[in-house]
Design a protein around this ligand. Structure first.
Ligand SMILES: O=C(O)CCC(=O)C(=O)O
Ligand SMILES: [Fe+2]
Length: 356
């Protein structure tokens, strides 16, 4: 950090490991594993991920498979809202869409556990990329959402038309802890909806936090810190090699990023002709999870609920009731997936419901 910043910043209290609210019996293992992974050179995409804070694993699954999963998603939408037609813009109204978030993600209706979503999570092309990164094939996977962003779609509270820069790693974390993933099922170029990353920002965010870059009220054990416009501007002034860019992908690619990388999801431009269609998938070594986290994950799994993108921690159940645009409860809400997944040993282990 530059001298100017040091003078203006209010230093944060430095917490010893044991008074850190995120400290648990796995902290040492996670920090040791991450330090080892990030200190090596591999000669492949892992080097980009470590040095830039993000990368694209090209063709993790075939374009044909990606298209089939995309159709599964549209069919799932139509199972709840038969008037929705992905090929007819006039049907893209809030009434014709299942209840979704301000960032066009679908978490409700037990969608994290639909058969298509578990088949996607169990795709070797996705799973093996994470196994390669972590040097460990005994993984847990997140119960996260899908995202369907329609170009030109107008809804009062859509958040993705403006930047919402954030990191998904708490200031109380020390080093790399989580790798997030996007399974891209549709192409994304400059006009299309995609992930915006601030390349290289993962290298500096911890220093920025420790030097008072964000106020103490925003230090929270939850792994999400939104940066205000001013905080982001200060950050970018301090670290000139940080570069904002949109990640371009083809169907079947896997975007990976370090949760310390500043990022946000951008809606498609109005004149884009691609419906952004993605699934959020993040895998971590099962050994990173505490017994408490595994028990909590199991409870969510039993109820077919969603969690955050974290696979081994932050197991905060998303068991929200689906609503209609007028705020009333959606009578089409479900208590189990429309198509139940086949609960193979592999899937149960990924879900944390069975031990490796
Ligand atoms: O939709 C996106 O590209 C990013 C969403 C996001 O911020 C996340 O998954 O952590
Ligand atoms: Fe995020």
């Amino acid at each position: 950090m530059s001298a100017t910043a040091t003078q203006t910043a209010t230093a944060q209290p430095v917490l010893s490991l044991k008074t850190n609210p995120l400290y648990n019996e796995k902290t040492h293992l996670i920090e040791k594993t991450a330090a080892q992974i990030t200190s090596q050179t591999y000669g492949d995409w892992r080097d980009e991920l470590n040095s830039q804070g993000y990368c694209v694993v090209k063709g993790a699954i075939s374009a044909e498979k990606a298209q089939a999963y995309r159709e599964d998603i549209f069919n799932w939408m139509k199972s709840l809202r038969p008037n929705f037609d992905e090929n007819d813009k006039s049907t893209w109204t809030p009434e014709n869409l299942p209840g979704c978030s301000k960032i066009s993600t679908y978490t409700n209706y037990c969608v994290p556990h639909e058969d298509f979503f578990w088949r996607l999570r169990n795709e070797p092309g996705f799973k093996d990329a994470f196994a390669k990164y972590w040097g460990d094939d005994k993984l847990l996977v997140s119960f996260d959402a899908i995202n369907v962003s329609l170009p030109g779609y107008k809804s009062d509270d859509l958040k993705t038309t403006k930047p919402w820069p954030h990191v998904d790693s708490s200031p109380y974390r020390n080093g790399l802890t989580c790798i997030q993933g996007i399974a891209a099922l549709a192409p994304a170029g400059e006009k299309d909806g995609s992930l915006i990353v601030y390349k290289n920002s993962h290298k500096y965010i911890e220093e920025f936090f420790k030097n008072g870059g964000i106020p103490e009220e925003k230090w929270h054990p939850a792994d999400n810190v939104q940066l205000s416009t001013e905080e982001l501007e200060n950050f970018l002034k301090l670290y000139p090699d940080v570069e904002k860019l949109k990640v371009h992908v083809e169907p079947g690619d896997l975007i990976l990023w370090d949760s310390r990388t500043i990022h946000y999801g951008a809606a498609p431009d109005d004149d884009s002709d691609v419906i952004r269609t993605i699934a959020y998938i993040s895998y971590s070594p099962a050994s990173f999870a505490t017994e408490e986290a595994l028990a909590a994950k199991n409870e969510v799994f039993k109820q077919w609920g969603g969690t955050t993108h974290w696979a081994f921690d932050n197991i905060n159940a998303r068991l929200f009731k689906a609503t209609l645009p007028n705020g009333e409860l959606d009578p089409a809400d479900r208590t189990e997936p429309l198509h139940l997944p086949e609960l193979s040993d592999e899937i149960l282990k990924l879900a944390g419901a069975k031990r490796y």
